[in-house]
Design a protein around this ligand. Structure first.
Ligand code: NDP
Length: 246
């Protein structure tokens, strides 16, 4: 169990981010999450974390807005005084073939996934530098490594996150700040719910472990990277994909 540690997880109102927040709370972290709209999902996440016996601070802000990130990071610091772990998880897809892709589809996905990761990290890092301690875990994707037809925008954003991760890891290692990326394969969440059952079955058939992953599979790795057990690991991209990419 970790003690007196604070984790900020973006995009934790549902899906993988929510499970990461719950798993870190179970491991002793107090939690901060951001949200765009007050809704049932947000309330459920807060309730589930508080049921574990940990604090949950929820701050309003869209990760694609630098100003929002500046404000919500300041608010988390005002409430907790520090951030030990940042998980850049918020992400969207707007899939279509490049021939049909609008300029906005490309820009929106880059702005949330990649620029959003920059916006939050840029505002958190000064506090980690001051503490000479920190963990940053960026949620990339296997398609950021392998590519995927219909996802030029998404895979560019996720490949960008990998470059960002490795460069930052080199910049801040001397301050004991470790920066890693997690690359999930196909994970059952709202994001993949849009796929037809037939497509999902086909995907599962081609995964060596013969199933889609779940949010807990990803959260367990993030929890390890956030913990004291991973203190000699930085600048890495670790897949959680049932063996899809080897
Ligand atoms: P979901 O769509 O289930 O959840 C996405 C979360 O991100 C929601 O909490 C959403 O909040 C939040 N979010 C989206 N846009 C913004 C924004 N502009 N500002 C703040 N928060 C935002 O997705 P998953 O849980 O499946 O995905 C989580 C991460 O994992 C993403 O980065 C995704 O790319 C990555 N991933 C997912 C895979 C999968 O198979 N599911 C595979 C590989 C990577 P709101 O409720 O406001 O919309």
């Amino acid at each position: 169990m970790e003690e007196n540690k604070i984790a900020l997880i973006t995009g934790a109102t549902r899906g993988i981010g929510k499970q990461i927040a719950i798993t870190l709370a179970e491991n002793g972290f107090d939690i901060a999450i951001n949200y765009r709209k007050e809704n049932e999902d947000l309330e459920n996440t807060k309730k589930e974390i508080e049921k574990i016996g940990r604090k949950c601070v929820a701050v309003k802000g869209d990760v694609s807005s630098y100003e929002d990130c500046e404000n919500f990071v300041k608010e988390v610091i005002a409430q907790y005084g520090k951030i030990d772990v940042l998980v850049n998880n918020a992400g969207i897809t707007k899939d279509t073939l490049l021939m049909r892709m609008k300029k906005e589809d490309f820009e929106d996905v880059l702005n949330v996934n990649l620029v959003g990761t920059f916006n939050v990290t840029k505002n958190v890092i000064p506090y980690m530098m001051k503490e000479r301690n920190g963990r940053i875990i960026n949620i990339s994707s296997v398609v950021g490594i392998a590519g995927n037809a219909g996802q030029t925008n998404y895979s560019a954003s996720k490949a960008g996150i990998i470059g960002f991760t490795k460069s930052l890891a080199k910049e801040v290692a001397s301050r004991n700040i470790l920066v890693n990326a997690v690359a999930p394969g196909f994970i059952e969440t709202n994001m993949t719910d849009v796929l037809k059952d037939e497509i999902k079955e086909n995907i599962a058939k081609n995964i060596p472990l013969k199933r889609m992953g779940n949010a807990k599979d990803v959260a367990n790795l993030v929890n390890f990277l956030a913990s004291n057990e991973s203190s000699y690991i930085t600048g890495q991209v670790i897949n959680v994909d049932g063996g899809m990419l080897m």
